[in-house]
Write a protein of this length. Structure first.
Length: 101
C-alpha cells in the first residue's frame, strides 16, 4: 500500500518503521527542520507532502502523527482521501487548554 506519513517531529517513528518492514511503499515528510535528518536512508523523503497527493492517491493512506495539521486532515477527508490522525477539533483540545477545560 502507498502511505504518505506526515509528521511534525517524527513522534511516530516506530509506526513508520513497522509500516516499511511490512512492505508498504512509504514516503515521509517531517515538518520541523531540526528533525529532518531522522530516518535518512530508511524512508523516501519528501520536501512538500502536498505534492505527493497524486502519488498516494485515494486508494493509499495518509497518516498524520502529530497536532497542527487538523484543518488539512479535514480537507483531505472531504476530498475522499483515507486519513489517519487528528482533526481541527482535536488540535484545539490539545493546543488550547482553556478550550479543553
Amino acid at each position: 500500500m502507498r502511505i504518505l506519513f506526515i509528521s511534525n517531529e517524527l513522534g511516530g517513528s516506530g509506526l513508520c518503521q513497522k509500516l516499511i518492514e511490512e512492505g508498504n511503499d512509504l514516503k515521509l515528510y517531517i515538518h520541523r527542520p531540526e528533525w529532518q535528518a531522522c530516518y535518512q536512508g530508511l524512508a523516501a523523503r519528501v520536501a512538500n507532502w502536498r505534492h505527493e497527493l497524486n502519488w498516494v492517491g485515494k486508494d493509499g493512506l495518509i497518516i498524520f502523527d502529530d497536532v497542527f495539521f487538523g484543518r488539512e486532515q479535514g480537507e483531505l477527508r472531504k476530498d475522499g482521501y483515507k486519513v489517519v490522525g487528528g482533526s481541527e477539533g482535536g488540535d484545539a483540545l490539545e493546543l488550547d487548554r482553556r478550550h479543553f477545560q
